[in-house]
Design a protein around this ligand. Structure first.
Ligand SMILES: Cc1cc2nc3c(=O)[nH]c(=O)nc-3n(C[C@H](O)[C@H](O)[C@H](O)COP(=O)(O)OP(=O)(O)OC[C@H]3O[C@@H](n4cnc5c(N)ncnc54)[C@H](O)[C@@H]3O)c2cc1C
Length: 398
């Protein structure tokens, strides 16, 4: 009979590694397997800074082996399906892995193909995206080489990881243009599938001032449908009452694209998914709504909060507490508040540190008004948080 792990974790990203490390700190005898086919692990939050030309892309990448906690078994394969009734998982090699308890954390899926023409032109023709390790450095090339004209920034009508990332890079670009004397010649446009700039009013107010400062034109209820790279034009399709069935081609001199995103296909098609594809968990305890021995956190989970690494920092201790309680036949007492955070870079040396809960209520860390742009919070984002990620969060100590 094959081995049965006490705990199997699917995905060795921000969430999976944090949970594995925290579990081992609580009990180093736990028999844990992490399943992830990746060679590399990325600190994605810095890709905004890479696109803004102020962070070295190489510092956002480490090998997966380096971040794997000592004491876990790393199964370097891809999970293709789940059999929760049998407590096992199927790998793409067709082998199965048995578990007593399961943590599901494979992140979000980037659906580049949903935008016609995008894959053929990304990384050239002034078409860039911070949502990729490969292409984030090209964003800064586009910003640097921009001499005026239309600079477009898109946000899809799907959930995304880091809701601020599609517009943070636009504020950096506007500031760069201003510093280099091209803002007057720039027509900056935000094309968003969302209904507003930011869900929490106090932070949105500050952002609207940043928008005014950059002369940025906001378009809501539009999604990017197609890019014609060689001719430098993008097609947007409107929806909602006002824009329904509207289609327009817009010329661009640069375009930053945030791809449509969804739950990973292998989660969507699994018995673990809710109606829209995410791993269906209780929003307080992070336990699966149908399978008691399964938990989930991070971008792939159904937790109704903004998908960020900062949110995972508060989810991981709740999950670990409740999972260990369950293993001990105790009640699940830890509760997640929905806390999430978005360090909204609004320019070089300026940042609004948004922190809020499930009810969009501000939940700030520092005894200052964080809805204001601050140099100190920019230092936190560019210097402290990357260090914290590699040295504390992935080690389970923050
Ligand atoms: C441009 C950008 C800016 C961002 N800015 C911020 C920010 O400022 N602040 C912030 O807090 N967050 C930010 N984020 C979001 C943050 O990076 C994510 O929320 C976080 O990485 C999610 O962690 P995760 O573990 O759920 O997924 P990930 O870290 O993406 O990890 C998922 C892991 O699962 C593995 N996996 C996938 N499929 C399978 C499979 N079939 N089998 C096994 N393993 C699998 C992958 O290989 C990967 O290692 C940003 C993200 C981007 C792209």
């Amino acid at each position: 009979m094959s081995h049965t792990y006490q705990i199997v974790i699917v995905g060795g990203g921000n969430a999976g590694i944090s949970v594995a490390a925290k579990l081992l700190l609580k009990n180093k005898k736990l028999d844990i397997a992490v399943i992830d086919p990746a060679d590399k692990h990325y600190y994605q939050p810095a890709w905004t800074l890479v696109g803004g030309g102020v962070f070295d892309i190489k510092k956002t990448e480490r090998t997966e082996a380096e971040v794997m906690p000592k004491g876990v078994t790393w199964i370097k394969q891809k999970v293709v399906s789940f059999r929760p009734e049998q407590n096992n998982i199927v790998l793409d090699s067709n082998e199965t892995v048995n578990y007593q308890y399961l943590v599901v954390a494979p992140g979000i899926q980037l659906n580049w193909k949903e935008i016609k023409g995008l894959e053929d032109t990304l990384g050239k023709n002034n078409v860039c995206s911070n949502y990729s390790f490969k292409y984030a450095p090209y964003t800064f090339e586009c910003i640097k080489n921009f001499k005026g004209g239309n600079a477009l920034f898109t946000n899809p009508n799907t959930p995304v990881k880091c809701g601020g990332a599609p517009h943070k890079i636009m504020y950096l670009a506007a500031d760069y243009f201003r510093k280099h004397g091209v803002l007057d010649k720039a027509n900056i446009q935000y094309w968003s599938g969302g209904t507003r700039l930011f869900a929490v009013e106090d932070y949105e107010k500050t952002l609207l001032n940043v928008v005014r400062r950059g002369n940025i034109k906001l378009n809501f209820f539009y999604r990017l449908d197609e890019i014609d790279g060689p001719n430098k034009r993008a097609k947007f399709v409107g929806f909602g009452e006002k824009n329904k069935d509207q289609e327009q081609w817009v010329d661009f001199d640069m375009i930053h694209v945030t791809p449509p995103q969804s739950a990973p296909d292998f989660i969507k098609s699994s018995p673990l998914a809710n109606a829209v594809g995410w791993v269906d968990v209780n929003k307080d305890t992070l336990q699966h709504n149908r399978y008691n021995n399964i938990f989930s956190l991070g971008d792939a989970s159904s937790l109704p909060t903004s998908k960020t690494g900062a949110a995972i920092r508060k989810q991981a201790p709740v999950l670990v507490h409740n999972l260990l309680a369950l293993m001990d036949n105790k009640p699940l007492r830890a509760k997640y508040s929905g806390y999430t955070s978005c360090p909204l870079v609004t320019g070089y040396g300026k940042l609004v540190l948004a922190e809020f809960d499930y009810n969009n209520k501000r939940m700030e860390t520092f005894p200052i008004d964080q809805s204001k742009e601050r140099w100190s919070m920019y230092q936190l984002k560019t210097k402290v948080l990357p260090w914290l990620y590699w040295n504390k969060i992935l080690k389970g100590t923050a």
